[in-house]
Design a protein around this ligand. Sequence first.
Ligand code: BTN
Length: 281
Amino acid sequence: MVHSKKHNALIVFHAMSNQNFCDTITTFSKTIPSNLITQCVVFDSLPSTNSKAIQLAQSGNAEGTVVIALEQVSGRGRFTRVWQSPKGGLYCSLILQPKITPDKATLLPLVASLAVSQTIRSYGLCSLIKWPNDVRVHKKKIAGILLESEIITNKISYVVLGIGINLNTEIHQYSPQLQKSITSLYHELGKAVDYCTFFKDILLTFDKYYSLFQNNNYERIISEWKQLSDTVGQRVKILTSSAEIVGKASDIDSSGFLLVSTDTGELKRIMSGDCLHFSEL
Ligand code: BTN
């Protein structure tokens, strides 16, 4: 890092004792005026906050429990990928019990990515969303979202929403392979962001969009999501578990599925997959 002021900010951040910092977050979380959050459980290090939140949900913890870790040693991404989670990033998982039918759950990735992207934008960065929920700045991934749920007899028992944000991390903290495709708020802004304030901002923004979702305000969510999407309008290749679909991403529908007009003139409706933009290949 060339600029010493930038470097100092990060040294101060990383130098705080983990125990003190966990206590600071726990105390601070109680002051967040959120309708959703009921308890915040903070760990110095965890294998994965999603795995811990799933355990807590299965042992009866209700909607509003948040698990945070200062680092994860086995952070999980979509499609069983590893989510590299060095110290300085923000890793949290929230237990949700939305009062919806499971078919509406496909909109939750949009709700979450919209909240994360809007929060990052409020820090002055032009964050956009690559379908379904990769949050990026200058085409580089800055945050990821992993939703895991348990549905029993067509009723959602719980959804765990995991959010990983490259907050106060430096690019060299990630593997060489990943360094080309990721960025962090610290790297983009040139200074460290206050962890607790950012955490509060994320929770309150999510709270707002989750309320819209619970109140069936799906059109507003989809319309705002589309404004932040850099996938709609692009020529894309989508890799699903069973197929490779190439065409133009024309829209998303009311379930959050991506609509792709293929070169053979078909309109494919895609629920989940890995999305590549041809303009970036
Ligand atoms: C992705 O883009 O592949 C999703 C990444 C999700 C990472 C977060 S970090 C907090 C939570 N705990 C995990 O193990 N994963 C999610």
